[in-house]
Design a protein around this ligand. Sequence first.
Ligand SMILES: [Zn+2]
Ligand SMILES: [Zn+2]
Length: 533
Amino acid sequence: MKIEFLGGVKTVTGSCFLVHDADFTIMVDCGMFQGTNDIRERNYIQQNFIPKKIDALLLTHAHIDHSGLIPKLIKNGFYGNIYATKATVDLCSIMLPDSGHIQEMDVKYANKKNLKLGRVPLEPLYTIDDATESLKNFVPVSYDEIIQINPRVEVRFRDAGHILGSSFIEMWVDEGDHKTKIVFSGDIGPKDQAIICDPDVIEDADILLMESTYGDRLHKSKEETYNEFRDIILDSHNKKGNIIIPAFAIERTQEIIYTLAKLFRDGRIPDMPVYIDSPLAISATEIFKKNKDLFDEEMRKEFFYGNSLLEFPNLHYTRSTEESKWLNTDARGAIIISANGMCTAGRIKHHLKYNLYRPESSIIFVGYQAEGTLGRRLVDGAQQVRVYGADVSVKAKIYTLGGFSAHADRNGLLAWVKNIKNPKLKVFVIHGEEKSSESFAETLKAECGFSPYVPQWGETVDLTTMESAVASYAAVEAYSTLESDIELLSQSVKALIDKYNTVKNSTTAGDIRKIHEDIHDLRETMKMIIDEM
Ligand SMILES: [Zn+2]
Ligand SMILES: [Zn+2]
């Protein structure tokens, strides 16, 4: 039996793993790559597997970095079942079409430029229709239910406490004389996260694929986080600045609403308008209300006594673009929660454009910011950023509140793994930037005595012999002609200047205007290419 690491290794996005043996092929997660150009390019690379030969897909949770390439997989021929918890299916029914919409918009924007540059237009990764079509393959399952997905393979989804419906997956493979148990951690949530339950305890495993998003960091406590949150809100509100919170539509937005509801109820912040400016977050909140059975005890009690904590009088939902535009220009002293959480797309980018230059406003990051995203640049202290083609100075205060994270920190992850009492456990450390994965592997070695392995993108490991090979698609393509193209370009520019110097005294005013226009167009094209780099 072999496992192939198709994504979500040495990076946090693009989670995708293929388990195969002579008579079955099962995929776990099919996530989109997000972040730097290099990482995003992987969404377009044709990998070596054949989609129609995959028997089934198991989905740990609805986040796009785990589910975002499902419509592409189906477009390319996969027709099997996609097993996921009911809440995950509900959330995917809004997340995937929304992602299809983003793909269509991105390509539309890029193609405007491509048309001007005379390039071949791009095709979207998938469309809203592809995404809607893919929903037909989903099969909802319950937590803790054992499902036979192949004569040799049984699986069980357990609560990962990360977002609504999130799971880690246990897989038992019948090997004749014994069963091998593989566990896919998915994303593991912290203990005491608002609204949803804590992660289930994992008792045993032979092989573990373990996430390491925060494998090298610790979060502040919830109480410290809430106090800091209140202080930031008061500071900006008193100066009539806005408090902008880029938040993932699922879970982060609902936890922020819940926290604000409590702060208002306890009189710890004065009444002020709160806007949820993300149609996706509005739909996601409705799905939360439909899945009350997954709430933790505290939240269920609050609901029982009629306190939803997902609603309060000064909470406004803005669906229309007009309302959103009004917020951009007219809102003062307000809290605006908008998606997406890493500021790579969506209405949040407009709010940043209108608030980043205002020293009285605050931007509060409450979730993970992947390398290469606008959110990451702000968190890393950029003085100026480019938003929708405009350079914007960063004068607003930028905060990161790790205590709101939906991911367990290093100690949380370690405590979760320590429940497994198998000294021979084989651990693959995945879903983290390289530094974080390597650091967590070291921690596991020191604390548990395992010999964890950090696989690389495109690597296939034989689970019996632990021999591995790296697929050819992972090789970095060499741009051998680029250097000589650049050399030819600089020669052309020199020739252009020489030509101009020879003809400038002997040409008419009309000819000069024409040359001027041509050179202007050329400069614009070059500027566009430079901006794109
Ligand atoms: Zn996640
Ligand atoms: Zn993830």
